[in-house]
Design a protein around this ligand. Structure first.
Ligand code: ADP
Length: 483
């Protein structure tokens, strides 16, 4: 594309992005959206921290920015490409070159996380306003979650002519920092008040972004509405309501280059038109998890094991599901008491329930491919991705009717079934009784072979590509640039 044809320049700043580093859905989004935006005419660069080992994955890299003191040590930004996307890494060993994950080591958060991600946001603002050695500047700085939350604030402090967007992937993580770190984060004492940086006696980098960004997005329309209520806003509902006119929900897509049952090296290929091999994937999955024969639906869960995800509801709901012929394979890790609970459930229902504790991307592909259903009983879910992978792979989603789950699954009500529109099963309220009832409906539907096959096919044909979301972001960027 020639320079003249570029619709605008976008700098995306995130703490994780596929394929370089992933702990959750944010990485899927930050990794897939740039390509979809590029296809619609935007020039996109993605800025990430150079966590240990990442620089080597950048290939031929050039330095585009340097500083003798980035929050306590020397730093530079290296530019390269990963899978065809322009990626910038903040190489600051004192902040990012360490053992453990992006946020924690040995189960404990890195104590300097506020500085680590303030530094990332600082560099984002610098590059966006053209302070890099290559003179590149952004028209739009697109920040993600609390880790990018200070980027719009730093732009504002510099009075930069760059529009900003903050995407909230999960409002539960708010970037809370004690106020005595204000100067360390290069923030202004004058901005520390209730209407801006202050949040219940602390700084919140997410709130800072919610106030300072020109536009706010969340990853589903339902979640955008929900976070204006105390049950979902988690203390920030007032701020969201205050900025209501700047808030919109844009549903995530699925990266079809990674999640496509017709071209997935991890599984035996199948599709809606040629579903036969799905049965072989199911048999392999049963064998891999050491399950006995499962006469009814085989369900899977791939999830962080936390209260948010409703994992605790399984203890009461699964025994009756198993009694009706169902089986369950679970992959995840998280809160130790939930891991224990799942081990206990598997021990009580041998051959019918099996659990793998850990993180295993390839296994997750085999699970969606082999499953009849994927369970997502989340108490809140900004968007949720596993129900979409389930749709793609013919694992019918059984979901709590909340957030993005509500926006991606057409529940099998009698009306939706009669209209030939249903793609899954939804339940509300989010409790064990509702989940049990949903699982009973799953068993009944599964037993009605023609209805089940039709449901599964429709699920696989749902349009989940990134193009729709990229169009919505494009319209948002256009509207900001027209201001
Ligand atoms: P969240 O971001 O809240 O964890 P999402 O559903 O939006 O939830 O995204 C979770 C992502 O992480 C999905 O891509 C899911 O497949 C993946 N995932 C979660 N747990 C595991 C695991 N134990 N092994 C492999 N992939 C996992």
């Amino acid at each position: 594309m020639t320079a003249a044809a570029i619709r605008g320049r976008v700098l995306s700043v995130a703490s994780e992005a596929v394929p370089l580093v992933k702990t959750g859905g944010l990485a899927d989004v930050a990794g897939a959206l740039p390509g979809a935006l590029t296809a619609q005419g935007w020039q996109v660069r993605t800025l990430l921290p150079a966590y240990r080992g990442l620089v080597a994955q950048l290939g031929q890299a050039t330095e585009v920015w340097r500083s003798a003191d980035l929050f306590g040590g020397p730093a530079r930004v290296l530019a390269g490409t990963v899978d065809g996307d322009a990626v910038l890494l903040v190489d600051a060993p004192h902040l990012y070159d360490r053992a453990g994950g992006p946020y924690a080591a040995d189960g404990r958060d890195h104590p300097d996380n506020p500085e680590r991600f303030a530094a990332l946001s600082w560099v984002a603002a610098e590059l966006a306003r053209g302070e890099g050695q290559d003179g590149w500047h952004a028209d739009v700085l697109h920040a993600h979650d609390w880790q990018g939350g200070l980027a719009p604030t730093y732009l504002r402090m510099a009075e930069a002519n760059v529009r900003s967007v903050l995407t909230v992937h999960n409002i539960a993580f708010q970037g809370i920092v004690p106020p005595n770190r204000l100067a360390a984060l290069r923030l202004r004492p004058d901005d520390y008040h209730q209407g801006y940086l202050e949040y219940w006696g602390n700084i919140s980098t997410l709130k800072a972004g919610l106030i300072a960004a020109d536009a706010i997005t969340t990853v589903s329309p339902t979640y955008a509405d929900e976070i204006m209520r105390p049950e979902f806003g988690m203390g920030l509902e007032g701020v969201i309501a205050f900025r209501a006119r700047a808030v919109q929900g844009i549903l995530n897509g699925v990266d079809g280059t990674i999640w496509d049952p017709e071209h997935d090296p991890a599984i035996k290929a199948f599709s809606a038109a040629r579903p036969a091999a799905k049965a072989e994937n199911r048999a392999r999955l049963i064998a891999e998890f050491g399950l006995a024969d499962i006469a009814g639906p085989l369900a899977v869960i791939v999830s962080r094991m936390t209260h948010q995800k409703g994992i605790d509801l399984l203890a009461d709901a699964i025994p009756s599901f198993v009694a009706q012929g169902g089986g369950l394979a679970v992959l995840g890790s998280g809160d130790p008491w939930l891991e224990e609970m799942m081990h206990g459930l598997a021990a009580r229902l041998p051959g019918k329930v099996a659990v793998r504790i850990g993180y295993d991307e390839m296994l997750s592909h085999r699970m969606f491919a082999g499953a009849d259903a994927v369970l997502v009983p989340s108490r809140f879910e900004p968007c949720g991705l596993t129900q979409m992978y389930g749709l793609r792979y013919g694992a019918v989603p059984v979901v709590a009717a909340t957030g993005g789950l509500n926006d991606t699954v057409i529940p099998a009500s009698p009306a939706a079934l009669a209209a030939g529109a249903a793609t899954g099963i939804a339940f509300h309220p989010v409790d064990a009784l509702s989940l049990s009832q949903a699982l009973r409906r799953l068993v009944q539907l599964y037993a009605d072979r023609p209805a089940w096959t039709a449901l599964q096919k429709r699920a696989m044909k749902a349009d989940l590509g990134w193009a729709v979301a990229a169009s919505a972001y494009s319209r948002l960027y256009d509207s900001l640039l027209a201001r």
